[in-house]
Write a protein that binds this ligand. Structure first.
Ligand code: GLN
Length: 254
């Protein structure tokens, strides 16, 4: 049993926090506390070095200008993040943060940004933006249920040989290349899903926590309200025909 508090690090929330991605940190902390596991939310402000002693590193989404600034700070602390990860810490990243886990990100204006290079993936600018509800079905071996979220990105991400995605996209775009979304490696998970994704899919939050506290510490919680939300979001995402066009028209109006 763990004796110290789980340190959940929310990295550069001023830059990487579109669509409420901060909610991912809140949910991780809250799901620990409800189980009697101590947890602290540590905010790492933009411009500050990213500490080496966090248990979970959370990188959210961001528009291109914010992403350029975030990339600089992330690279400056790249050695700390890599060393924490090799010591068992978890990295979880959404959209812009996910893109920056890889080797390169090509912004809309053609500028190429270097990422952290923690995993072999690269992102190039795509033709048009990928916007809307997204449904991702992870491989059965992960034990994860179908995931729902919202995406809005211009980048298209290619995984390197042998690198596994988070899952298969059944609605939406995800990585936008081969019908898959995100990346899933040891203690590292990336996705294009906002929502925020962990409040919408608590099983994914528990998957990350399991890497830190061990699966036995993850006693069941009452998730009936989230289950109802998940069912409603899945129904909405799976609309077809006129109903789907009406839904997308509202989303794309901004
Ligand atoms: N700027 C990135 C893109 O458009 C990421 C956007 C986001 O994080 N929502 O691809």
């Amino acid at each position: 049993m763990r004796t110290s508090a789980v340190r959940v690090g929310l990295v550069f929330p001023e830059l990487l926090g579109t669509y409420g991605d901060r909610g991912n940190a809140v949910v991780l902390v809250e799901r620990c506390r409800r189980r009697g596991i101590e947890a602290d939310l540590i905010e790492v402000s933009a411009g500050s070095p990213i500490p080496v002693d966090l248990d979970i590193y959370l990188f959210g989404g961001g528009e291109d200008d914010a992403q350029v600034m975030a990339a600089t700070g992330m690279r400056e602390s790249g050695a700390a993040i890599a060393s924490a990860r090799s010591g068992g810490s978890v990295v979880f990243a959404v959209c812009a943060g996910f893109q920056l886990l890889g080797t390169t990100y090509e912004a809309n204006d053609g500028e190429i940004l270097d990422g952290l290079g923690l995993v072999d993936l690269a992102t190039r600018a795509g033709d048009g933006r990928c916007i809307g509800e997204c449904v991702v079905v992870p491989d059965a071996a992960t034990g994860l249920p179908t995931l729902t979220g919202f995406e809005n990105h211009g980048g298209r991400t290619t995984l390197g040989p042998g690198i596994a995605p988070l899952g298969r996209v059944t609605t939406g775009f995800g990585n936008g290349i081969d019908g898959c979304d995100g990346v899933l490696a040891d203690h590292l998970l990336g996705t294009y899903l906002h929502g925020p994704v962990l409040p919408r899919n608590p099983a994914l939050a528990d998957h990350l926590l399991g890497w830190i506290v061990g699966p036995d510490a993850l006693t069941p919680l009452d998730d009936h309200l989230v289950d109802a939300l998940r069912a409603e979001r899945l129904r909405e995402a799976q609309l077809t025909g006129l109903a789907a066009r009406r839904r997308d028209w509202h989303l794309n109006r901004g």
